[in-house]
Design a protein around this ligand. Structure first.
Ligand code: SAM
Length: 350
């Protein structure tokens, strides 16, 4: 015998052939009690009601009958991390649980402070139950080195850290342990890609696994893009992602240091993307050189404010004997207390 809890409730009994229509109309009227499970018996379906008023006309119209019946209570799935962990972690901890985390393909990436780290396994397992399609939960560590790779610790689930991530209709294969990837930049990628006009020549100086280049190639098929990347693993995924997204004919991948690559090239571009926030200024000279006059540079940099970032960039350009006009700027995300990544769109005047 099924031991689940049952409750006696006002109900509508209707022939199976009218059941779907009745269900839809009860939901629309807000009278179906969705905490209980409808059931079928001898060709008739029983729906639990929250209240009897309003339903008489409908019941008559569909040849149904008002009655009472015993309904099974639906097991309600917790809807938040806090609900999952209620009763399992101290309440002081429940209030400090992370309110956001990144889902990258079938991996979940979460930031936990020192206090929450002692509960990392419980939090990881709760996240897997909350997101049944996720396979593994990783806790964020530091992002270091030229390749900007994040240290991650697996706290729940198993398998490899390679995954397939979908963004704006593109597919990216990547391994979080070997390459940089941040889904929080997806808005920036779309903002830039939408600006690219037909036939533009675009340079993606720090391409990673290709999310700027590939989205541009998809949205603007006549654009020609050069994507430079120094990390051999990221470059390998870039090549694979160009194929997966069928844009190999529009994007030229280059493995190497952007400075060396550009110092040996005289090609001018209409648009240059400089997504290396901690060091982009060091490359501004080659970025400016690779950009045609009146072309655009999308520069990402870490600073305390938009004003400070704009001033530093304009000064640096002058020091390099160039004039730039800052056409647009915005804060993209906070990376430390009072430090954020800013996006600046620079028009090269001279
Ligand atoms: C912040 S990540 C951005 C990646 C990509 N734009 C994205 O949105 O995922 C910077 C990338 O630049 C690469 N990189 C770092 N120094 C470089 C250099 N000197 N030349 C070319 N690529 C470089 C890193 O390996 C990393 O993949």
């Amino acid at each position: 015998m099924n031991g689940s809890k049952k409750i006696l409730r006002e109900a509508v009994k209707v022939h199976r052939c009218r059941a779907e229509e009745l269900r839809r109309r009860l939901i629309a009227m807000g009278t179906l009690d969705e905490s209980l499970k409808p059931f079928e018996e001898n060709g008739f379906v029983f729906f639990p009601l929250k209240r009897l008023e309003e339903v008489h006309g409908l019941v008559e119209e569909l040849g149904g009958e008002l009655t009472q019946a015993l309904f099974e209570v639906r097991a309600r799935r917790p809807r938040s991390l806090k609900e999952y962990l209620a009763g399992k972690l101290p309440s002081s901890i429940l209030d400090k649980l992370p309110s956001s985390y990144d889902i990258i393909g079938d991996l979940i990436l979460v930031d936990l402070n020192d206090e929450l780290r002692s509960y990392a396994r419980e939090i990881g397992e709760a996240l897997l139950r909350l997101h049944p399609r996720a396979r593994m939960v990783l806790v964020k560590g530091e992002t270091t080195g030229d390749y900007r790779i994040r240290d991650v610790e697996v706290v729940a689930g198993s398998g490899s850290t390679e995954t397939i991530y979908r963004e704006h209709g593109c597919i990216y294969k990547l391994d979080l342990r070997r390459v940089f990837f941040n889904p929080r930049l997806s808005g920036e990628r779309l903002r830039i890609a939408r600006q690219v006009a037909a036939g533009e020549r675009v340079l993606d100086m720090f391409a990673g696994v290709g999310p700027f280049s590939i989205l541009i190639a998809k949205l603007q098929p006549s654009a020609r893009i050069v994507a430079v990347e120094i990390n051999p693993d990221a470059y390998k995924y870039l090549l694979e992602n160009l194929k997966l997204n069928k844009v190999e004919d529009r994007v030229t991948p280059v493995l190497g240091d952007a400075r060396e690559v550009l110092e040996n090239s005289y090609e001018e571009h209409d648009r240059v993307i400089m997504d290396l926030p901690y060091r982009s200024l060091e490359f501004l000279d080659v970025g400016l050189r690779a950009c045609r006059r009146r072309g655009i540079i999308h520069l990402y940099m870490v600073s305390r404010s938009l004003e400070e970032a704009s001033r530093i960039v304009a000064d640096k350009a002058l020091e390099l004997k160039h004039v730039v006009e800052i056409e647009f700027g915005r804060e993209v995300m906070e990376v430390a207390p009072r430090r954020s990544i800013f996006a600046l769109d620079l028009r090269k005047i001279s």
